[in-house]
Design a protein around this ligand. Sequence first.
Ligand SMILES: NC(=O)C1=CN([C@@H]2O[C@H](COP(=O)(O)OP(=O)(O)OC[C@H]3O[C@@H](n4cnc5c(N)ncnc54)[C@H](O)[C@@H]3O)[C@@H](O)[C@H]2O)[C@@H](O)CC1
Ligand SMILES: [K+]
Length: 515
Amino acid sequence: MRTAYTSDQIRAAEAALMARLPEGTLMQRAAAGLAAVCARLLTDRCGRVYGSRVVVLAGSGDNGGDALYAGARLARRGAAVRAVLAGSRVHREGLAALVRAGGRADPYAADETRRILDRADLVVDGLVGIGGAGALREPYAELADMVNDAPGTIVAVDVPSGVDASTGRVAGAAVRAHVTVTFGAYKTGLLVDPGAEHAGAVEAVDIGLGPYLPDPDVAALTAADVVDLLPRPRAESDKYRRGVVGIAAGSERFTGAAVLAVGGALRGGVGMVRYAGPATPAAYVRSRWPEAVVTPLEHARDITRAGRVQAWVLGPGLGTDDTALELARSVLASDVPVLMDADALTLAAAHRRLLHRDAPVLITPHAGELARLLGVPRERIEAERLEYARAAAAELGVTVLLKGSTTLVAEQHRPVRINTTGTPWLAAAGTGDVLSGLAGALLAGGLSCYDAASCAAYLHGVAGRVAASGAPIAAGDVAEAIPAAVRSLVQQDGVPEPGTTGRPHQVGTPAKLKG
Ligand SMILES: NC(=O)C1=CN([C@@H]2O[C@H](COP(=O)(O)OP(=O)(O)OC[C@H]3O[C@@H](n4cnc5c(N)ncnc54)[C@H](O)[C@@H]3O)[C@@H](O)[C@H]2O)[C@@H](O)CC1
Ligand SMILES: [K+]
């Protein structure tokens, strides 16, 4: 499990550790780790550190101190280091170290700074770290925009300046880094978009904080975690004992959603998939998936006719008319976990009481659907995904899987689980239906809503990558790639996380490095 923490949690842990160490020790550890990553990136880019051009942007706090000390280390290895002092104050010892090592430092001046940024091989963003609050003020905001236009490799110190370390929120201008070197532990804002997207590949530097860290704020499953959690058949398993999932999806108008949800469920490791729905989607499901047990529900909307299941998936392509509502009520009256997606969420927005039941509910909205459920504008959800996923779990009393480029799984009193395995190729019609089927199957296989949602998000992301391999994909391809995705996790223990460069301790996609 990869864990991440808020700024306050990190500060408290640092204070406890610092009390036991000589002053300045932690900053030296941080600067050494930062300089080592910069040296490696410079060697990748220029063949060596000696003779390379480095610009250090130093803010007025300790984040600037880290950057200046790292600059000093690079200067001692022969890099030409120029520091831009952007704050009203500067970390004096850091500045002195840089100057002693042969580096040069000047106050910020727009034209000159632009000129040296244009020629820099590497830029170190030490404007603000976990001490940042709110939108970047000037001249930091202007500098952030300038850095983003610079041709060199951009390395953020601890967090990209302008990204809220505790939430991933970006309130104005913010640095977009290729690599973020973070100290002690991951910050939540490095895993949640839009912060995650600004962070690039994240490398953690161990400064000895481990024993002082509290329970994490958020967590991300690793491949090994998913392998451990996935239900596996035993010698004595039969199709019923492996779990039966029911899919209540599709309508006369929307038949594809039913086919795709069943496709996802069939690859989710259950013993049987039952489909119940109107005659037309039922016929499509039957012809596409002979493996599924199909119960056409002509006029009657009584779901018990479909037979016993251990979990239901309700909603993809269901429609929102009275018959859909009747069917939803029938499914939710059962005593098994129900995953609600798509039209079931639209129905729930209009009829909140649908969500009130004793057995567990997992909802899988995208930002727009959650906006309707909570009655807030979609843009606010997108800007504050973590806060709203948590709020929805608390307010609605359900488990929430909020879809997006990073998927969040929130449940009351648990760390939010974050999934970063997805790929932009997954942004295609029908992939959500596949995810619903897959997560429903994992629920029926005995996982809790929390585990089923986070494992499904992980596998769905990997399946998307496996299917796409850099090319466009259709939703059906994702369903088909699920077994290959599971195999890739099981076969290679400790596979590198998708979207990383394969080095230890990295998350996120170094998008700019990929060109
Ligand atoms: N506390 C520790 O033990 C360690 C801290 N380290 C570094 O110290 C950093 C935290 O240092 P600080 O607490 O000094 O805080 P920062 O250096 O992150 O930021 C504080 C400074 O930024 C200014 N500022 C805040 N928000 C701003 C905004 N929106 N626009 C413009 N300026 C803004 C503040 O006025 C203050 O001068 C960490 O991120 C990390 O880089 C590391 O050296 C490791 C050890
Ligand atoms: K920074």
